[in-house]
Ligand binder design. Structure first.
Ligand code: ADP
Ligand code: MG
Length: 307
């Protein structure tokens, strides 16, 4: 289990992480979702001891990274797939990592198999596609067979086949009881990959829960097609609903459940031809949740943009 305990990270004027507080549990895939510049990578670097908190703490199974006896056996991570010496072969890269962490060489072949890159193990990493590099990065993260795994934007730039593979792979790691923490700036991707989702914006926790919980936090609208829209709209407005005209024959109603809309129409003597509750899409939920942080992020000087 990972525990992020009132974590704050400040870089001069920028607060990259602002009093973040949450837990990441084993046995499920947890998505770490936020727009670019919201503090995901900073949080992951701090978890891995690559950066120091300004305030607060991070613990991995109760211990700080610097107190882990053999870090690679306790936490594995993929932060930047392209950060590997291009002249090395995949196998030699993993062998060097294994040797410096007292991991037996046979484990190298195991992780090459798991990640489906055994056939290119003797090729130079410089010639690898992004997908192959991601697999190699995941192989490296798995070398020490750790219980806790972090992946920073692992699907960026992957083709659909690669994305599907990664998704299933994460699920299988979670099924083995591991803690799997995956960041992304795409809600649609996280909805398919993660069981639990933690949403941040401007370095702050916005919300957390299951995908269904998140969709439910944003009320959907009700699409209505009816005989007399003018009368119906008046009646709905009187009940404090918000009404938008969506075409000549339809309106979109928010702030009321579909049952209430039907009753109000009945009372007003309006014949309903269609009444359809519309669930907010996850992308809409995400946009709504992070709207404030996006505005801020876009105007922030020196913001690093990631692709
Ligand atoms: P994300 O991974 O969600 O895109 P980051 O953690 O990379 O976000 O960045 C969060 C904020 O912190 C951004 O405004 C970024 O510019 C800033 N930041 C990140 N790392 C540094 C650094 N080393 N020095 C100064 N500012 C940084
Ligand atoms: Mg990042």
């Amino acid at each position: 289990m990972l525990k992020i305990d009132h974590l704050t990270k400040r870089y001069d004027e920028t607060i990259a992480v602002n009093d973040l507080d949450f837990e990441v549990k084993p046995g499920v895939v947890t998505g770490f979702l936020g727009p670019n510049g919201s503090g995901k990578s900073t949080t992951m670097r701090i978890i891995l001891g690559l950066d120091h908190p300004t305030k607060g703490d991070v613990t991995i199974d109760g211990k700080k990274y610097e107190n882990l006896k053999s870090p690679l056996h306790e936490v594995g991570a993929l932060l930047d797939a392209k950060a590997v010496h291009p002249g090395r072969t995949a196998r030699n890269h993993l062998r060097a990592l294994a040797a410096s962490n007292r991991i037996k060489p046979s484990r190298v072949d195991e992780v090459l198999e798991f990640t489906g890159i055994a056939s290119v193990a003797n090729k130079k990493v410089g010639g690898f596609s992004l997908g192959m590099s991601q697999r190699l990065g995941i192989a490296a993260a798995l070398l020490g067979d750790p219980q806790v795994l972090l992946f920073d934007e692992p699907v960026n730039g992957l083709d659909p086949e690669g994305i599907r593979w990664i998704r299933e792979f994460f699920r299988s790691l979670a099924k083995e009881g591991r803690t799997v923490f995956v960041s992304s700036h795409l809600m649609s991707e996280m909805a398919l990959t993660a069981d639990q989702i933690i949403v941040i914006g401007r370095g702050k926790l916005i919300t957390q829960g299951s995908v269904d919980d998140l969709t439910a936090t944003v009320q959907g609208t009700v699409l209505v097609r009816a005989s007399n829209l003018t009368t119906l709209t008046k009646a709905l407005l009187a009940k404090k609903a918000t009404v938008q005209s969506t075409s000549d024959t339809t309106i979109s109603v928010s702030g009321l459940a579909s049952d209430d809309v039907g009753q109000i129409a009945f009372n007003a003597g309006v014949v309903i031809h269609e009444l359809t509750p519309q669930r907010a899409s996850l992308e809409e939920v995400f946009m709504e949740l992070t709207a404030d942080s996006l505005e801020y992020g876009a105007s922030m000087p020196g913001d690093v943009s990631h692709e």
